[in-house]
Design a binder for this molecule. Structure first.
Ligand SMILES: Nc1ncnc2c1ncn2[C@@H]1O[C@H](COP(=O)(O)OP(=O)(O)OP(=O)(O)O)[C@@H](O)[C@H]1O
Length: 217
């Protein structure tokens, strides 16, 4: 299997505070991996490095040449007065005058994320699950083949969680998308993810989700 991501001796510190040291792992193309670990272990920091938003203190990572990364952020509530419709929100990064091709892509993504009937609903009025699907739809418009989700299901109700996870599973199975899913929700990860990375005390472990025990202590 080709590698989507290869992380080599990745070390991060903020001032004198070392967050993690010499992390080594790789993700195969088409894999579904949960990134787990206690609060403050450095999961978001690792994601921000992979997104190019932070530079590591030492070490490096490489992505396969054909990798295009999409990102779905942690759930943040949106002002109820936020004026954009779900469709306009998804189209935020597209040109003002949209080609027929872009319009068709937006229509297809609305369909795929089950937002077609909600296209005109204001983001401010949408439910938590609908908002997260809109963030996912926005990311999909760049045609990623590797998607990183940071606590994307946190604070969603069980039904909305299931909907989002089914969608992620669909993207993985039908489009071969590589998935890295940061979560605290171990039952959810066990149900949907195949592999895990466990970041704790500055080190990382990798394995199969079905073998994951809640704690490595
Ligand atoms: N920009 C920054 N400057 C200084 N310290 C930071 C910065 N960003 C994060 N940290 C520190 O790095 C550590 C790891 O934080 P991070 O948010 O990556 O952890 P996490 O595993 O994602 O936690 P959580 O599960 O609570 O979201 C924490 O101690 C945090 O305070």
């Amino acid at each position: 299997m080709a590698k989507a991501l290869n992380v080599v001796d990745l070390t991060m510190r903020f001032d004198d505070h070392e967050i993690f040291k010499k992390l080594n792992f790789s993700l195969e193309e088409g894999s579904m991996t949960a990134l787990l670990g206690p609060n403050g272990a450095g999961k978001t920091t690792l994601v921000r490095i992979l997104l190019g938003m932070l530079s590591p203190a030492k070490g490096y990572f490489e992505m396969a040449d054909d990798i295009r990364v999409g990102y779905v952020p942690q759930f943040r509530n949106i002002d109820p007065d936020y004026p954009l419709s779900i469709q306009s929100f998804i189209e935020l990064n597209t040109p003002v005058f949209k080609s027929a091709k872009v319009k068709q892509e937006v229509s297809h993504i609305l369909q795929e994320t089950h937002l077609k009937g909600l296209a005109k609903t204001r983001m401010g009025e949408a439910s938590g699950g609908q908002k997260q699907r809109a963030y996912l739809a926005q990311a999909l418009l760049d045609k990623p083949n590797f998607i990183i989700l940071d606590e994307a299901t946190a604070s969603l109700d069980p039904k909305a969680k299931e909907e989002l996870m089914n969608l992620i599973q669909h993207l993985n199975r039908e489009h071969g998308m590589t998935v890295l899913f940061v979560t605290h929700d171990i039952p959810l990860a066990r149900r949907y993810m195949k592999d895990y990375l466990y970041l704790s005390d500055g080190t990382i472990r990798q394995g199969k989700m079905e073998d994951f025990k809640e704690s490595f202590n």
